[in-house]
Ligand binder design. Structure first.
Ligand code: C2E
Ligand code: MG
Ligand code: MG
Ligand code: MG
Length: 273
């Protein structure tokens, strides 16, 4: 904790801090063995077309169920894995698992996978990802990689891993659009095939007229640029109607379905495997 301490100030190391540090240490150790102990699994949530009222893709969401600590949220363990050099291995597990699962899904279905900025910073990431997909006999075009807006400008520069991913044929979308300001430069960069509107952005758009007008123009802009727009985190009729009125055609959220295990989505196929 010395890093946090002000120079010259006395270290206030309270029991609560010790507990927190211990808990973190325990979690970190558990994370280190989670892959080996088969504690990770994927859940899939449909991205639904409002035109056909059926899924066009599923987003894979990583889950960690620990035998004694229970279920741990990705918002907790993904950053932890990033900080401790484990995200590379975790990401490769996710991609392999998703590819194996995709082989059991209908041929016209696409899968979306989350990739964090830290994964992209690893040299050779694109090469490795393409290798995993090809090893499963799949075309990278069936996989959409969701990159968050926090992807720094340097990581999308020419010669970067993002460009290499494109070259390999992956679809790339900008996740959590509307949560940061670098978004429009990413939209016009030509590197992305689409955007996902964050739940926070949508909440604003459905409660304030001015925000809704921004949304409507963002959707038009994406249409003009040939980018797809997915609205995520849709829970209510009101949200759906406000998005529909703004021209959104693809939605994802509890309104349609929660993330589910593959065995729930395709029971018959899962039983064969
Ligand atoms: P994300 O990619 O933006 O994923 C969407 C999150 O919204 C998911 O949370 C999903 O379960 C949740 N969600 C879906 N529908 C609704 C809804 O109607 N209402 C609300 N309130 N939430 C909804 P989750 O599964 O906890 O994942 C959180 C974040 O963790 C993801 O955000 C993603 O950034 C990251 N993550 C998840 N899986 C992976 C992974 O395999 N690799 C990496 N690098 N990150 C991952
Ligand atoms: Mg995502
Ligand atoms: Mg995300
Ligand atoms: Mg998101």
């Amino acid at each position: 904790y010395s890093a946090k301490a002000q120079p010259g100030s006395a270290l206030q190391f309270t029991p609560a801090m010790q507990d927190e540090a211990d808990a973190r240490e325990t979690l970190l150790h558990a994370l280190g063995t989670a892959c080996r102990n088969d504690e990770f699994f994927l859940e899939y949530q449909p991205i639904v077309s409002l035109d056909s009222d059926s899924p066009v893709a599923f987003e894979a969401l990583l889950r960690w169920q620990h035998p004694t600590h229970g279920r741990i949220e990705p918002s907790v363990f993904v950053p932890l894995a990033e900080q401790h050099g484990m995200i590379g291995e975790m990401g490769r597990w996710v991609l392999s698992r998703a590819c194996a699962d995709l082989l059991r899904a209908p041929a016209d279905l696409r899968l979306a996978i989350n990739v964090s900025a830290r994964q992209l910073a690893e040299p050779g990431f694109a090469e490795g990802a393409a290798g995993i997909v090809h090893a499963h006999g799949l075309d990278p075009a069936r996989l959409t990689l969701e990159l968050t807006e926090s992807v720094a400008v340097s990581t999308v520069a020419p010669g970067s891993e993002v460009e290499a991913l494109r070259r390999h044929g992956f679809r790339l979308v900008l996740d959590d659009f509307g949560t940061e300001y670098a978004a429009l430069s990413h939209v016009s960069s030509g590197l992305f095939d689409g955007i996902k509107l964050s739940r926070d952005f949508i909440a604003d758009c459905c409660t304030a007229d001015r925000a809704w007008m921004v949304l409507r123009h963002v959707v038009n802009l994406c249409d003009d640029l040939g980018l797809s727009v997915v609205a995520e985190g849709i829970e209510t009729d009101e949200e759906l109607e406000c998005l529909r009125a703004a021209g959104v055609r693809l939605v994802q959220g509890y309104y349609y379905d929660r993330p589910r295990r593959l065995s729930e989505l395709y029971p018959a196929r899962a039983a064969v495997a």
